[in-house]
Design a binder for this molecule. Structure first.
Ligand code: FPP
Length: 273
C-alpha cells in the first residue's frame, strides 16, 4: 500500500516498529475520539498569542490523523469547536474560522490522496459561508474514501445532539409513525449525528482536565477514558501510542463480568449478567 504522507515526512523505521508493537500487542481502537485542549495555555507558556497555539494544534491534528490511519484505526473524531466556544472573544472565533478554512485548503487534496474521508458533526449552518464552502468541497472530494474517517465536531455538543435526536423521534411519534413503546437505545443512537459510526472505544483529553465538556455524551457510555497532562499542540504520535497502550491493558467488561481462561477455557472472556 502507498505510504501515508500527510505530514510530508518519511515514516522512520523506529516509528514503524513502535506501531508494529501496538498492532501485535492487542486491539487498535476502531474509533478514537479526542478532546483537543490546552492550545491557549500552551501559547501562554511560550509567551505567544492564543491563535499561535491553535496553529500548532493543526500540526498535531495532521500527525495524529496520519498515525491513526497507519495503525489501522477506522474512525477518528476530533472536538474542534464546541457549541460553547461561540462565547469566546470574536477575534479568537474569527481566527479559528480562518485557520479552519486555510487548513482545509491545504489539506483536502492530501486527505484525498491518502484515502481519508472527511465528515463533520454539529451545527455547520452557524459557520461563515467560506467555511461551509471549503468544508463541503473537502467532504464531497473525499466521500468515497475508506481508509480512515476523520470527523470534525464543529459547533457540536452532546446535549445538542441528543436534543436533535429527541426532536426527530418525537416527530415520528406525533405523525403516528412510531409507537413510543418501541423507542430503545439503538433507535436513539440511529438518530444521533453519529448514526452508523460505532461508539468511541477510546476518548482522549489533553491538558490535564478531567472533564467531558459536553462531547459525545450518549456515545461514550462504555468508552475508555484517557487523560493526559500534555497540551494539545505538544500531543503527537508517541503520546497517542501511550494512550493506545493504556487502552490495550484495560479490561472492557461493558457492565458484564470477566472470567479468567483457567476458570472456563471454552467460554469467551465476557459472560452475560
Ligand atoms: C482547545 O484549546 C482547542 C480548541 C477550542 C480549538 C481546537 C482547534 C484546533 C486544534 C485547530 C483547528 C482544527 C482543525 C481540525 C483544522 P483551548 O483554546 O481551550 O486552550 P486553553 O484551555 O488552554 O485555553
Amino acid at each position: 500500500m502507498k505510504e501515508l504522507t500527510l505530514t510530508k515526512k518519511r515514516q522512520t523505521e523506529d516509528d514503524k516498529s513502535r506501531q508494529q508493537v501496538l498492532i501485535e500487542s492487542g486491539h487498535i481502537p476502531e474509533h478514537i475520539a479526542i478532546i483537543m485542549d490546552g492550545n491557549g495555555r500552551w501559547a501562554k507558556s511560550k509567551g505567544s498569542i492564543r491563535l499561535h497555539g491553535h496553529k500548532v494544534g493543526v500540526d498535531s491534528v495532521r500527525d495524529i490523523t496520519e498515525a491513526c490511519a497507519q495503525l489501522g484505526g477506522t474512525y477518528l473524531t476530533l472536538y474542534a469547536f464546541s457549541t460553547e466556544n461561540w462565547g469566546r472573544p470574536t477575534a479568537e472565533v474569527r481566527g479559528l474560522m480562518r485557520l479552519l478554512v486555510s487548513s482545509l485548503r491545504k489539506e483536502a487534496d492530501n486527505l484525498h490522496e491518502n484515502n481519508i474521508r472527511l465528515v463533520t458533526i454539529g451545527q455547520l449552518e452557524r459557520f461563515p459561508e467560506d467555511c461551509i464552502e471549503e468544508l463541503t468541497e473537502a467532504i464531497e472530494l473525499t466521500e468515497q474514501n475508506t481508509r480512515l474517517q476523520l470527523c470534525l465536531a464543529l459547533s457540536y455538543s452532546g446535549r445538542w445532539d441528543i436534543t436533535e435526536a429527541v426532536k426527530k423521534i418525537a416527530t415520528h411519534v406525533k405523525e403516528g409513525r412510531l409507537d413510543p413503546s418501541l423507542i430503545n437505545d439503538q433507535m436513539i443512537s440511529d438518530h444521533l449525528s453519529t448514526a452508523n459510526v460505532p461508539d468511541p472505544d477510546l476518548i482522549i483529553r489533553t491538558s490535564g482536565e478531567y472533564r467531558i465538556s459536553n462531547f459525545l455524551l450518549w456515545q461514550l457510555a462504555y468508552s475508555e477514558l484517557y487523560m493526559t497532562e500534555r497540551y494539545w499542540p505538544d500531543f503527537r504520535r508517541n503520546d497517542l501510542y501511550q494512550a493506545i497502550a493504556s487502552f490495550q491493558k484495560r479490561d472492557r467488561r461493558f457492565g458484564k463480568i470477566s472470567i479468567s481462561k483457567d476458570e472456563n477455557p471454552s467460554n469467551s472472556r465476557l459472560l452475560k449478567n
